[in-house]
Design a protein around this ligand. Structure first.
Ligand SMILES: *Cc1c(COP(=O)(O)O)cnc(C)c1O
Length: 465
């Protein structure tokens, strides 16, 4: 590790002691990396300096991570909704390598290129009809910022500048910058720190949990279509939207699955209610499909479960197959035309690396794998295997609910997750990252049935730890 200048003797060793010394040097290198990391490198939502609990990854292939200590756990998280085709996927590797030898980046102001144009065309084709314009962003959070800006600029441009607030339901997560945090659940703890600084948005209660996804239903799951919407909740939505209509620019929600806010699933019918209310009161509708997009819920987009087109849609995470950060915000011609009538008649946003060719090329490869349609069978198979494998968790002590939707499996506990849970999963050969009161998995679509069974038994072990 020349950069730390501490192991020069690794290179001066000779004879048969060399191998032993090399392996000892490797162990020392791991320890040095972890020590420097702990004292200097910030991880998501962690203190500085951190505690000593990080695992050093030295490789990743297929559905497995390689750790410095030799273990090779299955990644039950798909690097957080992203690596749906697995690691070192040959199609994605090749697309990235081919683009890297053409050109890695050019500015998007005044220039364009085939990978970006092709990606935009595919996104317009795949997303619900009516979403025709694409803004490329470098992260999911930025794509939410852009979505909010699109709506705020739209109303300003059409002479309704008083429409500046956003309505959302509780339990949501939309990103980590200040404006995107303003539409996250205000009881989530973190945004409460910023009260008074963030724009004050309009909140309605979280949507009722779907009973059809819960394994607690011993009679077997009903079809989603058989489930009834809660009339009281619908009335609350209608009343709040009507009350604030004059000041509302947009409604933003995560459709069908509220992810970081608690892995809660709701009936897609509530999305149709939101669409009707937005239309009736002249409000724009944003679906943040960062987590739900690209098949996780069993539909290509969660909006497809409801047959609803939002005015604006945010995509990220699995867009690039989990290879790198990349996101996109799509909108309808109504939104784009409205913005074009304003002063200035442009969307006031741009970033240095927007439309990056490597991101676009690997996203095109990821979408080409999805376009083959095989994902549907894979997600259906995973859903079945998760339902089977997690059924026993229903009867565990301290388990509040067990639910499965598409390639998402959740065990909800009556207590907060603690580090022993991830350790118990790792002992079973699976990388999980329990949070809040949840042990959950988002397996890569390329997992075999045996690998799903292993993930399930690791989840059960974690929940019992
Ligand atoms: C992950 C996520 C984001 C933020 O995306 P980043 O790439 O982490 O900035 C926003 N909304 C939802 C629903 C997400 O799941």
């Amino acid at each position: 590790m020349a950069w730390l200048g501490r192991d020069t003797d690794r290179w001066s060793a000779n004879g048969d002691s060399r191998a032993r010394q090399a392996s000892r040097a490797e162990g020392a290198e791991t320890a040095d990396l972890l020590a420097f990391d702990r004292d200097h490198v910030w991880h998501p939502y962690r203190p500085m300096p951190d505690v000593n609990d990080l695992l050093l990854v030295t490789g990743a292939e297929g559905v497995r991570l390689s750790l410095a200590d030799g273990r090779e756990p299955i990644d039950g998280m798909s690097s957080f909704w992203a690596a749906v085709h697995g690691y070192r996927n040959p199609v994605l590797d090749k697309a990235l390598a081919d683009q890297a030898v053409r050109f890695a980046h050019v500015m998007f102001g005044g220039l364009t290129h085939e990978p970006a144009v092709r990606l935009a065309k595919t996104l317009v084709e795949l997303t619900p009809g009516g979403l025709e314009h694409v803004f490329f962003c470098d992260s999911g959070t930025v794509s939410v910022e852009v979505a909010l800006k699109m709506c705020l600029q739209y109303w300003s441009a059409v002479g309704r500048g008083e429409k500046r607030r956003i309505l959302t339901w509780r339990g949501g997560y939309h990103g980590a910058t200040l404006h995107s945090m303003s539409v996250c659940d205000p009881d989530g703890g973190v945004p409460a720190l910023w009260r008074g600084l963030l724009p004050e948005q309009v909140f309605v209660p979280a949507p009722p949990a779907s009973s059809y996804t819960s394994l607690r239903n011993s009679g077997g799951p009903a079809h989603a279509g058989d489930e009834q919407l809660d009339p009281d909740y619908v009335a609350t939505l209608a009343r709040t939207v009507a009350e604030h209509a004059g000041e509302l620019a947009a409604i933003i929600v995560e459709p069908v699955v509220q992810s970081a806010g608690g892995m809660r699933f709701h009936h897609p019918g509530y999305l149709r209610v939101l669409r009707e209310l937005a239309d009736a009161h002249d409000i724009l509708l944003i679906f943040d499909e960062m987590a739900t997009g690209f098949g996780h819920t069993g539909a290509l987009f969660a909006a497809d479960h409801a047959g609803v087109t939002p005015d604006v849609m945010c995509l990220g995470k699995a867009l690039t197959g989990g290879y790198m950060s990349g996101a996109a915000t799509l909108c309808t011609p109504r939104v784009a035309d409205g913005i074009g009538r304003g002063r200035p008649p442009v969307l006031v946003h741009g970033q240095t690396f927007m439309g990056n060719p490597l991101v676009a090329a690997v996203s095109n490869a990821s979408l080409s794998l999805l376009a083959g349609g095989g994902w549907r069978g894979e997600v259906f198979r995973i859903e079945k295997a998760l339902r089977e494998g997690l059924r026993e968790a229903v009867h565990l002590d301290g388990v509040v609910d067990v639910r499965v939707l598409g390639a998402i499996g959740v065990i909800e506990l009556d207590r907060p997750a603690d580090p022993r849970m991830a350790a118990a999963a790792l002992d079973k050969g699976v990388w999980l990252r329990p949070f809040r009161n949840l042990v959950y998995c988002l397996p890569p679509y390329v997992c075999t049935d045996d690998e799903i069974a292993q993930i399930c038994s690791a989840m059960v072990a974690a929940a019992g730890a």
